[in-house]
Design a protein around this ligand. Sequence first.
Ligand code: SAH
Length: 246
Amino acid sequence: MIEKGKVYLVGAGPGDPELLTRKAERLIKEADVILYDALVGEGIKELFPQGVKLVDVGKRADDHTFPQDEINRMLVETALKYKNVVRLKGGDPYVFGRGGEEAEALRKAGIEVEAVPGITSAIAVPEHAGIPVTHRGCASAVTLITGHEDPTKGESALNFKALAQMRGTIVILMGVSRLKDNVEALLAGGRPRDTPVAVIERGTTEKERITAGTLGNIVGLAELRGVRPPAIIVIGEVVRLRSILK
Ligand code: SAH
């Protein structure tokens, strides 16, 4: 009987290979097979050992190459064939990465799984751009949300009114395609138009680009500059600190 493998759900961090954890680096080096996402940085791919089996799961918000069910199935099948399976995901595997779903599917199939934390883009990307997500006297809370839901639909899981009225920083992931809807929902909920906003594309990489404005003008600015995913959207007074910290 073949011995079942173990799957490591590994966070690859926001892009810069130096922001990989030591554990992630070791697991990558020891892997028999690596299944990685589109968000895994090019510099990190250079660390993949020669001869390791690679599977590009390449799933993006705009182009669902593999449905999640299929990825789950693929992970189970791979673990039945290989001993050390690394499922490498951008940022942290349990922050909007569907890592929890993958772990669940593996557990259900009786396969050993371990989540290895990574540095999430939600915090590291603003930080690298000179924006602390919390700051004394300025933001005592930070809320991470997905920008992928339709805020105009009644069944949206997010209460934008409550979000708009809670003082503190809002960080939106997967928010480029619905930027306008999200901004409008926050304005309708009562966030002032002059609230500072920054959109950071490909943070911590050489291709990083920051578009800064306010809730009132960010949609136009993002269109003008052709903002593309992956990007982090930061909303709140902390964005002003960029002028001092960067
Ligand atoms: N698990 C990941 C998030 C996956 S959801 C994490 O913890 O970082 C995918 C979203 O992450 C993208 O749509 C984008 O909003 C964000 N993202 C990931 N890496 C990024 C980067 N280098 N720059 C900007 N945004 C990034």
